[in-house]
Each structure stands twice: as structure tokens, then as C-alpha cells.
Design a protein around this ligand. Sequence first.
Ligand code: AMP
Length: 509
Amino acid sequence: MTPDTTTAVAEPVEMTFSDFSLAEPIQRAVAQMGYRTPTPVQLAAIPVVMSGRDVMAAAQTGTGKTAGFALPILQRLLPLASSSPSPARHPVRALVLAPTRELADQIFVNFREYAQFTPLRVACVYGGVDIQPQIAQLRMGCEVLIATPGRLLDHVGQKNVNLSQVQIIVLDEADRMLDMGFMPDLQRIMMLLPPVRQSLMFSATFSEEIKKLGNTFLKMPQLIEVARRNATADNVTQQMFLVGRSDEKRAAVAHLVRTRDLKQAIVFSNTKIGCGRLARELKADGLNAEAIHGDKSQQDRQKTLDAFKAGEITVLVATDVAARGLDIAELPAVINYDLPYSPEDYVHRIGRTGRAGASGLALSLMVPGDERLLEQIEKLIGRKLSPEALEGLPVRSRVPGDHSTGFTETRQRSARADRSEHSERPERPARRTQADRPESNYRSRAQLPGWSSDRFFYQPYEPSAAAVAAEAASVAAAQGAAAGPASRGVGGRRGSRSVAALLGGKLPG
Ligand code: AMP
């Protein structure tokens, strides 16, 4: 592989989607989506993908990369589109592989919208759900197939799908796929594809492993990088509130949602039981809240997520694991009910808001004893968060219907629940249920280095040796300081480091 390097324009230039010579049905869909100007990765990728060249791009979810490959793919497939209802006239011509079900679904939803005014059919298959509806969908034919590797191979094995006419393959979040042990599956899938094809690879890192994969996978790729931005997006306003006691945090969350008039918010809890309990308490407090965490089934998670995306839920209480990779359009705010044990999670969490250039609000609660966690966050993001008192918070709050001793008793009940086995451990993939695993072909945990740290979001570029050393020192310090499960969570990370952009660039206007 001898890549040409294109560093995508760091600052957006005045360009519109019409400058790409995309066909009218595609432009119409883009306009309907409300996109006005292309994001940096779109500016760089769309013309190259349209030209038919292989691409290796450094980009992650939230940068607008899906349109960066989907729009030119649709453009390339349009001349072959057929309005015939016959499945035979709709062979798979573009295959997009993604590491997780949620991401596959997100890509599918976007792709379908971009293709809505064309006769091209888009389908999606992933594990953890009933295979039958997917078989029915595949039998109808689709030019674009989005899949997770394991389930795709299941369909191939059952002869539900034929990949011999694939002309374009996209490997999305390639580094994450490697981390999750998908390499053997990827190799099997590659063997099923015609040798003459266009290959696109999106990855957050250009590690040695990724380069090796690129070597086997890409021919003379154009290398695309979107310039690095600050540790946390400029368009996210961050505030830290000091709350006197842990048991006031639930009231603080409700207070923030109400007084800030938040239309919607994701509230992050460090634990599964804490997550479920907080959602119940917020509900009892009159807020429209639901929980999403790793012990819920895939169906439940998807249902809750869909309802949240549709605006039917105001507060989504989530653990880190369940919230990975989510793209919620125009999410106004995130609230850290618990400060995360690892500072990278803070950046990841607040990256759920302020996506694609929109402005966002990141509100965090801390209690006495959280100073060390705050310090680590401030060190990572390179700025002070100056905790402030939360004005107007009721001194005591009572869950409606609790007519006994009020808050004190509620607190005692909570404390009993806290002591129940495992319940208050931070949600980490080591404790994942089967339903929470990335794929049916999930292998041993040893094959998932770094998955728990979700390195994808933290290392868009290869760091300098100095940055790695500094981070190692900070992790060692954190391990010394953080007690119990917290230190385990941090210690599992491999070389996490300064956070680069969660977004590829701020849109003008
Ligand atoms: P992605 O990185 O593809 O997951 O996209 C992140 C979010 O940005 C999605 O909600 C997209 O719909 C949105 N998006 C993508 N491109 C644009 C654009 N040019 N203008 C505004 N929003 C965009």
C-alpha cells in the first residue's frame, strides 16, 4: 500500500453539496436531512470515493463520515439502479461492515434516508436479533447491505445472500473491529468478494495493525485525515456542580432538567443498578425517564433508544457501555450523575451532545471525595472546570408516595441496594451479558484488548511517545488513588491518551 496523503481541510470552506455534482435525488435527500454544508471529512472523501479510488480515512462516528461514503456510493450505484421489483435486479453491490449492532443500525438509517429518492434498496443485518426478518429482507434484494461480520457470515452460510457482485466494500471503525477480534471474519468475507472492487476503510487510528489490514485490503489508497481539534468540542458548554451529598444527586438531576428547561438529556450513571434506580426515581419525581444499560436485552435497548430518538423520552439514563457510539441528533445536554472513573469517559460522554456542529450542554455533578476524578478530567481536557454550587436545589426531597420518613429512609433503602452483590460495580464489558456482547461470534475477552476503554473515541491519531508516557503516569497515579473497581476500570486501558476531536469540524453558520 502506498497511500497518497490528503489532509482534509481543517477549517470548513464555503462549499455546498451541489458542488459535488451529486445526482438530483441524492441532493434532494441531503437537503431534506437539513445538511447545508459538508463536514471536513465529507469535503475530503466525497470526491475521492466518487472517483472510484480506494480510501483510508481517519474519521469516527460523529464527524459526518457516513454521508462521506454513502453519498458517493449511491452516486456510483445510481446508473445501475433498477426499478424492477425482481430481487435478481437488486444484487448486493456495496457492502458496509460495522463492528456493533447499534452502529450498523445507525448507518442503515442514514443510508436509507440518503437513498430514499432513488430506486436503490438498502438492507441491514446484525446479530442478537431474529434472523428470519433479515432473510426475508435479503430475499427481496438490496444494492447496499450494512452488516456486522458474524451475522453476515451466518447469512452467507445459509445462502441467504450472495456477495459475488460487490463492487464497493466499506470497513467502518476498522480499528474497533480489530480490537473486537473480527479479523478472521473479515478475512473470510474478503475472500467472498470479487478481487476488482473499490475498498474504503475508516478508522480512528493508523496503528501498525491497521496499516497491515490496509495493506491486505486496499490498493493505492488515498489517505484522508481530518485535522485534529481540541480535546473537547468548543461548542459544548461544560459546567461542574458541587452537591453536598450523594443522595442529593437525584434531586439535582431533576432540578437541572427542569430549571434548564432541557428538552432531552442523557444522564450518565457509573453502574447498572444505579442507572435503573435513578430512572425509576426520576420517573417517580414526574420526569419522563428510562434506563438503558448492558443488562437490558438488545430489543429493550433498541426500543428505548428509538423512543428517545423520537423524542418520546425526556431523560435517558445510561451507563457508558450502553451509550457507546450513539448518535442522537441535536441532543441538547448530557448530565454526569456520577463523574466517570476514567477521564476519557468524560470526553466520550460529553461528545454525545454538540454533534455535527450543534451546540450542547454538559452538566456534571460532583460530591466531596470526587476531587481526584475532577483533577484527572481537567488534566485530560486541559482546562479547569471550576465547580460551582447548585443554586435553588431543594434541601430535602421526597419521592412521591413515600410517606414514611421521607428522604432518609429512601436513602437507607438505596444504601441497602448499593450493597447487593456486583450491583454497584461500574459497568464494564467483563461483566457483559451475552446480549451485550458485540456479536454472536464474540470470542474470549483476551481477544478484546482495549474494548473496555473504547479506544476508538480517544485516539484518532497516533500519539507521541511523550504523550503516552504522560498518560501512563497519570493512569498509574489514578490507580494508586482510586479505590476498588474504579482502579480496575482505569487499569484495563491500554495507552489511552489525549483526546482528539469527537467531531471532524464545526459547521459554519
Ligand atoms: P456520522 O458521523 O455519520 O454518524 O454523523 C453524525 C451526525 O451528523 C448524524 O446525525 C448526521 O445526520 C449528521 N450530519 C452528517 N453530515 C452532516 C452535514 N453535512 N450537516 C449537518 N449534519 C450532518
